[in-house]
Ligand binder design. Structure first.
Ligand SMILES: [Zn+2]
Length: 394
């Protein structure tokens, strides 16, 4: 006998299991929640923070939305049937931790849980982001876009701290943080994500605590590991923008090369003593980092390899400008620093910009069809045998 739709759904539910709205609600920030209904249904009302990926596009587009097949995923539809079948399909594609919301959005809503309408915000969000919503060029639409955006921060240090705080406060929905260092007393002079009680704690965990307390709307994804040639593409995939707050040349080149593969814009920031610089490297639209500096400098000429002093407020300023550039790119407003380098001289209190152009001969970005090989540059910068002790962020 040919099984009915109902039989198929029941079988799928048994195989993939379901999660109740009650179980999902407190864990929403750690789980990727995907609405598999049609765009029209999504616009009528959706679970806050959920991303739309209609059932018909699921298999085609899931890798772009969730590249990591080990991630916890909850799918939902209106009543729980379509999402159960969709979950089964993702299981077959290797997504091992996917399940379906029991009773779907209808039950979620009937139980009185928070939901938002399509482009709109929840009442709490409308309140919280009212100063954004009032701005021309932002509005509810822009704020919704921020809430659906994903930004990856390289480093939870001096530059990453202010950038992360402002991005979280602004309601950027997903903030990923890569750092493998632990909080140290000498960090606290500038790394304002952390505090004395967190000394010894992984910086990623400390960052998550601070950002979650600041804004529970934000999903914080931690990558407590060093960015390497082996994991860079996997970690960076799926983010809309990368904010580079790393202080070392190997990471800078790695981020640049991986961004050319993924075509992800990189907001670059760096500081040295009393001077800071910011630029946006938008793959194939403006210069890349290698257009300016084709190869990493030898270790003896790279100041970040040694302990260099820094006035704590300087990364505060530069990291904040990086957050501003990221938000402008996400909203598509203003004139980002693509093809321009902003230079800040703290002692003279002077900002200037210089134009940068793409090098038509650049080994990395001159041919979009042939992005560079991704390799580790550790040996060129860090002392041999001392790799793990290298500073991960400013
Ligand atoms: Zn280039």
């Amino acid at each position: 006998m040919v099984p009915s739709y109902r039989d198929l759904v029941e079988r799928a539910k048994q195989e993939i299991g379901e999660i109740s709205p009650e179980q999902l609600e407190p864990r929403r920030s750690e789980i990727e929640v995907i609405d598999v209904r049609e765009a029209g249904e999504h616009a009528q009302g959706a679970i806050p923070g959920a991303r739309l990926l209609p059932r018909g596009l699921l298999e085609r587009d899931i890798a772009g939305l969730v590249p990591d097949t080990s991630k916890q995923i909850v799918l939902y539809c209106a009543g729980g049937g379509r999402s159960a079948l969709a979950a089964l399909s993702l299981r077959e594609m290797g997504y091992d931790h996917v399940t379906s919301l029991a009773g779907g959005f209808d039950r979620w809503k009937a139980e009185g849980r928070a939901w938002r309408t399509g482009e709109g915000l929840t009442a709490d969000q409308r309140d919280r982001y009212s100063r954004h919503v009032l701005l021309p060029g932002v509005g509810e639409k822009g704020q919704t876009r921020l809430l659906e955006s994903k930004v990856l921060l390289i480093g939870a240090g001096g530059l990453g701290s202010p950038a992360a705080l402002y991005l979280a406060a602004a309601g950027v929905g997903t903030i990923g943080i890569v750092d493998y260092d632990t909080v140290d007393a000498t960090n606290l002079q500038r790394q304002i994500l952390h505090n004395v009680e967190r000394i010894g704690m992984p910086k990623t965990d400390s960052a998550r605590e601070t950002l979650s307390a600041l804004n529970p709307d934000v999903k914080v994804v931690t990558h407590n590991e060093r960015l390497t040639a082996g994991n860079a593409l996997k970690i960076m995939a799926g983010y809309d923008i990368v904010v580079d707050g790393g202080d070392n040349f190997p990471t800078r080149y790695l981020v640049n090369d991986a961004s050319l593969h993924l075509e992800t814009p990189v907001v670059h920031g760096s500081i040295f003593r009393f001077e800071g610089q910011v630029s946006v490297f938008h793959p194939y639209q403006g210069p890349c980092y290698r257009c300016l500096f084709p190869e990493p400098p030898p270790p003896e000429l790279s100041p970040s390899c040694a302990e260099a002093g820094v006035l704590g407020v300087l990364p505060g300023i530069i990291g904040s400008i990086e957050a501003m550039e990221a938000i402008k790119l996400l909203l598509g407003i203003g004139d980002p620093l693509t093809g321009r380098l902003l230079i800040y001289d703290a002692l003279e209190e002077d900002f200037s910009t210089v134009n940068l152009s793409r090098d038509p001969e650049c080994q990395a970005c001159s041919d979009p069809g042939r992005p560079p090989l991704i390799i580790d540059y550790d040996q060129t910068c860090l002392p041999a045998g001392n790799v793990d002790r290298a500073p991960s962020a400013v």
